[in-house]
Design a protein around this ligand. Structure first.
Ligand code: GUN
Ligand code: ZN
Length: 466
């Protein structure tokens, strides 16, 4: 017996990329002040104005969510499960932070019960932030990857994840051999990839922590399982990049290392990409690969300022997802990611030393750097889904897609948020797309995850704020 339910309320989603509609970004969005979302067995059966659909679905059990704005669930394109307990580690940039804060904590995930506790807390935090899908790094130990997929399955979340391989530049007890990485990944792919909503990413941690044997193992896995994802880091931090140059002197640049092992193509994503050259951006664009913009982490670890305007150049547009990179990022919330992403964009490629990136072009690039609410919320819904090749199932409220959504409460943040939003709120909520966009900008710049009232997955409510 199929089960049909409906949600009535105010909805906003996207049908196109707002960067394609400069000066008329609203054309990329869809808004119903009084809308209806009909869900059958977890998938969207119908979506539209309440007045158009209500007669057809009159008998369906309907929840009416008032004073709320409903969006597709947020997608976090880059996050680390076993860093849940080290958010907010003081005082080091990437390589020192990995050695002193990250590897010792991730080592504990060798133990199944520790991994279970951490992974449960990880998913509790994600859902409380309105994130319904993530692409996640687990760690070196297969049991942590098992626990990740078990816990995601228990909650019926769509996730991408994978055993995270490292065999260089880490303490011996934290590394594993390329051979074990190959065998364990192979077993995990067989057990979890495309089982339920689980998807598998072959995950060499980063070129600075991967021998040629480990990247060859990744390459072999991809050849044997071409429908898997590939997830890693790229060009994040200047010291890291120097290490990669030393380890792979035969490659012209950082991306070239992954290209050498045939890892770059559709469903490849590299986190950060702060220091990618114009040529590397052009190659990513041609190959259909993605970069994940992680501004919380890029600032928290002092890695640098991502060139969003460059990455979105229509002449060589790169697929971009946004991510927290928690624990490199100091929050779980994609709303906080948007806050920092906006501020990075406003810097217009000023380097951290105050100089301006010499390749910074012109006013067109400055314009593309500006993170309007349309660009922002597209990036963490449909844009993220497109970047990660998940848009057949996720990203907006199109019929047939999986019914994952977040219910926002614009009064849910600090008092200043409510005050800022009071004009719209007084009318019982946004009545037009323009008002909704203004409200969303207020939420991303003044609010935080307290604006998340409820999170729904496959038509079931999994989180409700107290
Ligand atoms: N590069 C390799 N491992 C990591 C990690 O855990 N976090 C970040 N931000 N960069 C990395
Ligand atoms: Zn990362």
């Amino acid at each position: 017996m199929s089960k049909t339910v409906a949600i009535r309320g105010t909805f906003l989603d996207f049908i196109d990329d707002p960067w394609h509609h400069v000066g008329a970004e609203e054309k990329a969005a869809r808004f119903f002040a009084d809308g209806l979302l009909v869900i059958e067995d977890g998938r969207i059966k119908a979506f539209g104005a309440y007045k158009d659909l209500s007669a057809r679905y009159a008998g369906v059990e309907t929840s009416h969510l008032i004073h709320r704005l409903i969006l597709p669930g947020f997608i976090d394109g880059h996050i680390h499960v076993p860093q849940t307990r080290i958010l907010g580690a003081f005082g080091r940039q990437l390589l020192g932070w990995l050695q002193f804060s990250v590897f010792p904590e991730e080592l504990k995930y060798k133990d199944r019960s520790y991994a279970q506790e951490g992974t449960r807390r990880f998913f509790d935090n994600l859902l409380a932030a309105g994130t319904t899908t993530c692409q996640a790094f687990t760690c070196t130990f297969p049991v942590a990857t098992d626990v990740f997929f078990e816990e995601a399955s228990r909650r019926n979340l769509r996730v991408i994840g994978g055993l995270t391989g490292i065999d260089r530049n880490a303490p011996p007890e934290f590394m594993d051999s390329a051979e074990n990485f190959y065998c364990d990944s192979k077993r995990l792919i067989g057990q979890y990839h495309k089982q339920g909503r689980n998807l598998y990413a072959i995950t060499p941690r980063f070129a600075a922590g991967a021998s040629s044997a480990l990247l060859s193992a990744s390459s072999r896995l991809l050849k044997e399982h071409p429908d898997c994802w590939v997830n890693t880091h790229v060009s994040e931090n200047p010291s890291e990049i120097r290490t990669v140059r030393t380890e792979y002197p035969e490659c012209d640049d950082y991306l070239g290392v992954y290209e050498k092992y045939d890892l770059v193509g559709p469903r490849f994503s590299g986190g950060h990409g702060i220091w990618l050259s114009n040529d590397e951006f052009a190659r990513l664009s041609r190959l259909g690969a993605a970069v994940v913009f992680c501004p919380l982490s890029n600032l928290f670890l002092g890695s640098g300022l991502f060139r969003l305007g460059r990455a979105t150049d229509p002449a060589c547009r790169v697929r971009i997802a946004f991510g927290t990179d928690m624990g490199g990022g100091n929050r779980f919330s994609m709303i906080n990611v948007l806050d920092d992403a906006y501020k990075v964009g406003m810097c217009n490629n000023t380097r951290l030393d105050g100089s301006v990136d010499p390749t910074f072009q012109d006013t067109a690039e400055a314009e593309r750097n500006k993170l309007s609410p349309y660009r922002a919320f597209w990036s963490i819904t449909l844009g993220g889904a497109e970047a990660l090749y998940l848009d057949d199932n996720l990203g907006n409220f199109d019929e047939g897609k999986e019914a994952d959504f977040v219910v926002l409460d614009w009064n849910g943040g600090p008092p200043a948020t409510a005050w800022h939003q009071s004009l719209v709120a007084e009318n019982g909520g946004p009545q037009t797309l323009g008002q909704a966009a203004e409200l969303l900008f207020g939420i991303m710049m003044v609010g935080d995850d307290r604006a998340v009232a409820e999170t729904w997955v496959m038509g079931q409510r999994l989180y409700k704020r107290n």
